[in-house]
Write a protein that binds this ligand. Structure first.
Ligand SMILES: Cc1cc2nc3c(=O)[nH]c(=O)nc-3n(C[C@H](O)[C@H](O)[C@H](O)COP(=O)(O)O)c2cc1C
Length: 225
């Protein structure tokens, strides 16, 4: 049986829309998965029906003034009818992502907001199973999960760049090759599992137990002088 995944997002200027497309593309790579990408701007019957039929809903919003956008919050409040109808979304899988201009910028608060919203609905939250990247002397902004997020996928887009010119770079761990993060397009990487590219740096000294299984060694922590 096909799993039905709905990526439900708001985007004012198109950056989060790009992230949403990438999340949907990634989810679509999973076998037997039907993925629908829906904007939550129009609160109509079709939207509610699509969400009602979903097995999983992945929510996305830009971070604005340190939280979810006003349009997303309007959607959240409008779900009160679903919530009040004997928790219609109970036991659906829930996940979230957000994009904003700053590296941090309040994105964690946005994800907490979405996760709490999902919890109110009785949904089962799924975060990122990824180590944080860009957190060592040899790490870089090319690392997977460079913003070090676990509650949901975070991406960053430059405020002075249109989403049309902002190439996709880092994969959010919900799948896809994506995130409007300014940089080179690298669609050739496998969708899952996500790996930190710096593992291939020949100048790194690797130590320690193989906590990632047998796939690659991890550096000694903290890094030796
Ligand atoms: C009203 C407003 C408030 C914003 N507040 C924040 C913020 O708190 N933190 C941040 O990092 N970026 C903030 N930004 C930048 C947006 O997150 C950024 O432009 C984002 O790409 C918008 O997503 P969108 O293109 O999908 O609408 C704000 C932008 C606007 C318009």
């Amino acid at each position: 049986m096909q799993a039905r995944v709905v990526v439900a997002y708001h985007s004012g200027y198109g950056h989060t829309a790009k992230q949403a497309e990438a999340v949907a593309a990634g989810a679509g790579k999973v076998e037997d998965t039907d993925v629908r990408l829906v904007s939550i701007t129009e609160l109509n019957d079709e939207l509610w029906q699509t969400l009602a039929e979903a097995d999983a809903i992945i929510f996305g919003t830009p971070t604005c003034r340190g939280g979810a956008s006003a349009a997303f919050r309007t959607f959240v409040e409008a779900t009160s009818a679903v919530w009040g109808d004997n928790l219609q979304w109970k036991n659906k899988i829930g996940a979230g992502f957000t994009n904003s201009g700053n590296m941090a910028g309040g994105k964690l608060h946005t994800l907490v907001d979405i996760a709490l919203f999902a919890a109110q609905h009785g949904m089962v939250w799924v975060g990122l199973a990824e180590y944080g990247g860009w957190n060592t002397s040899t790490g870089s902004s090319e690392d997977i999960n460079r913003l070090g997020s676990w509650l949901g996928a975070m991406s960053q887009s430059n405020n002075d760049e249109s989403p049309k010119v902002t190439p996709l770079r880092q994969r959010p761990a919900h799948g896809g090759d994506a995130g409007p993060q300014g940089g080179r397009d690298d669609p050739g990487l496998p969708a899952w599992p996500c790996r930190v590219r710096t593992r291939n740096r020949p100048d790194l000294t690797w130590h320690g137990p193989r906590r990632y299984g047998d796939r690659w060694p991890v550096p000694h922590w903290p890094s030796p002088a």
